[in-house]
Design a protein around this ligand. Structure first.
Ligand SMILES: [Zn+2]
Length: 354
């Protein structure tokens, strides 16, 4: 690992919106929720049924989320589909909670509404079809849109509770493992050791041709291995999706075989999946990040079936905690750890130290 003289200059991209990655929902839109009116009636409160299913409207200035300023995600009260981030909420003075954009494309479907002698555009949940409100093109922000939404149609999940809303397909496994290459493994391991729900994070080598490679051989670039971190986690506390969101926050997935001044195939960006679920989540998140243009350049992360993990030499394990004062750690690892702590501050282990 080379300590660059002008690290700050080679470090890019700086303008990535990392909270956007954290809050992005990548899994919801393909699962449509279809229920009979009888089933909806049983599940929803009378108010929710009236508004979500019968397209009613709550009285202005009465909704429970009108003044809410907390950070988090507004979800559909009918089906739990994440719809609006608190970042997109603004005070429109119209009497209903207002947002300037949906949290991801396709979350919301629209329909012309010519009732009540007006031409309006109705908005509905893309997953269950529940009525939310209307969208107008007089918004004050750069999207120009004002999503005017009934509070009754929404639930609110505060930041920190977000992991509970994601990836329910893993709920039957008590532990799961994911192996990731994101450049220098010292950095990646240091970050995952702090994430709530991670049981262990070990530095090692994957994706190459020789058995039991040494650090020196891997650094020469001839064995084909990537520096990786193998993460064992509790799917009840975190998820494949969250682990990959951290992955896309703490490294640059757009630079081929390189992270900053660390250059070589051993520093490639790679997700080694163990099953179809991990593969699908990895592909979905990459396509969502690309669609939202989160990075300036295309993502070059490889998504490859996991083969073998060789644990690295002992002195590489927990390197940052044991060598925090050396210059590489101070200049390269520390900023990444700090960025992670900032974006995922509500998701750190209680006793996290570094
Ligand atoms: Zn819904």
């Amino acid at each position: 690992m080379v300590v660059p003289l002008f690290w700050a200059c080679s470090q890019k991209p700086n303008d990535v919106n990392y909270s956007k990655i954290k809050n992005m929902d990548i899994s919801a839109d393909t699962n449509k929720v279809v229920k009979t009116e009888e089933e909806w009636k049983k599940e929803l409160t009378p108010d929710q049924y009236y508004i979500l299913r019968e397209k009613g409207t709550e009285r202005p200035y009465t909704g429970k989320f009108l003044m809410t300023k907390d950070k988090g995600m507004y979800t559909c009260a009918g089906c739990g589909n994440p719809l609006f981030s608190s970042d997109s909420k603004f005070d429109s003075h119209c009497g209903w909670p207002s947002f300037d954009k949906e949290v991801a494309a396709g979350k919301i479907i629209t329909k012309d509404d010519n009732t009540l002698g007006m031409r309006r555009t109705e908005i509905m949940c893309g997953r269950c079809g529940g009525h939310l409100g209307h969208v107008f093109d007089d918004g004050p922000t750069d999207t120009g849109l004002r999503y005017c939404v009934n509070s009754v149609s929404l639930e609110f999940v505060k930041d920190g509770d977000i992991a509970k809303t994601t990836n329910t397909t893993m709920e039957n496994k008590s532990i799961d493992t994911l192996t990731l290459g994101a450049g220098c493994f010292w950095c990646v391991e240091a970050v995952y050791r702090m994430l709530d729900g991670v049981i262990s994070a070990e530095s090692g080598y994957s994706g190459g041709n020789t058995k039991n490679p040494t650090y020196k051989e891997v650094c020469n670039g001839t064995t084909g291995h990537a520096e990786v971190v193998q993460i064992v986690f509790d799917p009840k506390k975190t998820s494949v999706e969250e682990i990959l969101k951290v992955f896309f926050t703490v490294h640059d997935p757009t630079t081929l075989n390189r992270q900053g001044a660390d250059v070589g195939t051993q520093y490639r960006s790679a997700i080694y999946y163990r099953d179809e679920n991990q593969k699908k989540i990895a592909e979905d998140i990459i396509s969502a990040l690309s669609k939202e243009h989160v990075y300036d350049s295309p993502i070059v992360t490889e998504v490859t079936k996991f083969d073998t993990f060789y644990k690295a030499e002992d002195y590489h394990q927990d390197y940052y905690n044991n060598n925090g004062s050396n210059s590489y750690c101070a200049m390269v690892v520390k900023p990444k750890v700090e960025k992670f702590e900032k974006v995922f501050k509500d998701r750190l282990k209680k006793n996290a130290t570094h």
